[in-house]
Write a protein of this length. Structure first.
Length: 481
RNA sequence: GGCGACAUAGCCAAGUGGUAAGGCCGUGGAUUGCAAAUCCAUUAUCCCCCAGUUCGAAUCUGGGUGUCGCCUCCA
């Protein structure tokens, strides 16, 4: 099986081939750090982190870079609101970002370049673009002349003549910048300093970089002229990624990235989750109410390119589903000793692995891969229940161990890990002896048809996490949790 | 107005030419004093609609309809 990916550039799936054998240079457009991240950001960060894990598991060495945009009007506005500096706002939300992602179990990128740390590279690019005739200065600003780049629009599949300036309604055609542009779709590479705003020296006067240029500079600086994978949210396809291509390729004459992958948006009641619509839920609010693993399952159960509806019900479903998976993942911790699992060896079930790989190799179909995990988890859970109820496993022990090891391994690729239950509740709770006594009391009570007393004991034990299982013949067995 | 994506059971969702994965919910039976848990069974004659290609299509082609995204804030 070979990995196939859907490339936005070609609007089709193709085999994934790297520039250097077994190495992947990967760049993800990160966030502008002016506020707490919401579920939409979580989807992007989580999906591409899992993609990176999968590539690593598949044998690639991945160099994964994700940026922080820390120069931006929105950050400045926030700084004014909070009576602080752009830098302080950026630091605050970068710290929050790392906190949120850690809670979600999203791994760290290999580097997190920031716009403010990339000024030299940015200025060099702007300079080169100007030298090559792709950029022009205007009253302290510098603009990119999109008409000079014949391939402009190739990523987003649009032609300049088809585009309608201002159609999104977000930009006034009469705004301050408009008169400086030679053409409505030209975009700012450099913006002249405004009174009281942070600024950097440059050949065009004091100012700050435009938004798109930082990614071009960072990719070039960190990964080279051409990278393998450039990823990000689908809403960045145009203009952000289109502009990155225009900037980078005009200078280098080489493709910026061989594969452009975009994830779908989170939808709330039919509309994209976004700051401007106010229909967002922050990651921290979400995690106050749902387990991180449930959120992960919610996200990974839908193909990454599809829109994903956020509803309470969907998260609740994901929570229930996670319980099933978790049970399976804990199988070895619960029953391994009893079944005599060898802790050292890690035998794998090749059949399951190849099915998983076949599913996920098709454009990162994690949902298809998850189906296999559930299949195994359910099977293990069944075996565990038989073990609890009957006292013996009916399935071959080695087979179970292999399935379990495989489940744990595959789940780990997707970032699913279950914490074995802490034994604390046990130490604070009742001793085995005390439980046995209570169980016996209940058996006696039931023999005397005193069901009220029996049920009371059952309820008390249940409240402490001890479940009683009545078996035919008046026997009662129990287990913790 | 332009460009693009998607449309599969009650809900979510995989499958992209060979006769419908998986999850959640539900139902029937076993078991039980009743529960819980568990076990067994069960839940789309059919994949938005209409035409076409084919021995055969959810899967390809054409035409509709609907939903969503983007058209310089955007994950």
């Amino acid at each position: 099986m070979t990995l196939t990916v859907y490339n936005t550039l070609t609007r089709s799936k193709s085999e994934f081939q790297t520039i250097e054998a077994n190495k992947v240079r990967m760049y993800c457009c990160g966030i502008t750090v002016y506020d707490y991240c919401h579920l939409g950001h979580a989807r992007t960060c989580l999906i591409w982190d899992v993609v990176r894990r999968y590539l690593q598991w598949s044998g690639y060495e991945v160099n994964y870079i994700q940026n922080f945009t820390d120069i931006d009007d929105k950050i400045l506005n926030r700084a004014r609101e909070e009576g602080t500096s752009m830098e302080a706002v950026a630091e605050k939300y970068i710290a929050a970002y790392f906190e949120d992602m850690e809670r979600l179990g999203v791994g760290q990128a290999d580097a997190y370049p920031r716009a403010t740390h990339t000024l030299d590279g940015i200025k060099r690019l702007v300079y080169e673009l100007e030298q090559k005739g792709f950029a022009y200065p205007a009253e302290g600003d510098v603009y990119y002349a999109v008409q000079k780049f014949p391939e402009y629009g190739k990523l987003s599949g649009r032609k300049l003549e088809d585009m309608q300036a201002g159609a999104s309604g977000r930009v006034g055609l009469e705004d301050a910048e408009a008169h400086k542009k030679h053409y409505p779709f030209d975009f700012a590479l450099w913006k002249a300093a405004k009174q009281g705003e942070p600024a950097w020296e440059s050949p065009w006067g004091n100012g700050r970089p435009g938004w798109h240029i930082e990614c071009s500079a960072m990719v070039r600086e960190r990964l080279g002229d051409t990278i393998d994978l450039h990823v990000g949210g689908g809403d960045l396809t145009f203009p952000h990624h289109e502009n990155e291509i225009a900037q980078s390729e005009a200078v280098t004459g080489k493709p910026l990235a061989n594969y452009w992958l975009h994830n779908g948006m989170i939808i709330v009641e039919g509309k994209k989750m976004s700051k401007s619509l106010g229909n967002f839920i922050t990651i921290r609010e979400l995690l106050d109410r749902f387990e991180p693993m449930a959120v992960r399952l919610f996200i990974l159960q839908t193909q990454y390119r599809k829109p994903l509806d956020f509803t309470e019900e969907a998260l609740t479903t994901a929570t229930n589903s996670w319980e099933t998976l978790k049970e399976g993942l804990l199988f070895g911790d619960r029953y391994g000793e009893q079944l005599g699992f060898a802790t050292s060896s890690t035998p794998q079930n090749e059949e399951l692995i190849s099915r998983f790989k076949a599913a996920v190799d098709d454009d990162f179909n994690f949902a298809g891969g998850l189906a296999i995990l559930f299949e195994v988890a359910k099977n293990l859970n069944k075996a565990g229940n038989i073990l609890v109820h009957e006292g013996t496993a009916k399935t071959d022990t080695q087979e179970l161990e292999q399935q379990w090891q495989t489940l744990v391994e595959l789940a780990k690729i997707l970032g699913f890990e279950a914490q074995p239950e802490d034994r604390e509740s046990n130490s604070q709770g009742l001793s085995d002896r005390e439980i046995e006594d209570l169980v016996q009391q209940r058996i006696d009570a039931r023999k005397n048809k005193d069901y009220a007393a029996g049920d009371r004991i059952r309820d008390e034990l249940q409240a402490q996490g001890i479940t009683l299982i009545d078996k035919p013949g008046g026997m009662t067995i129990w287990n913790r949790g």
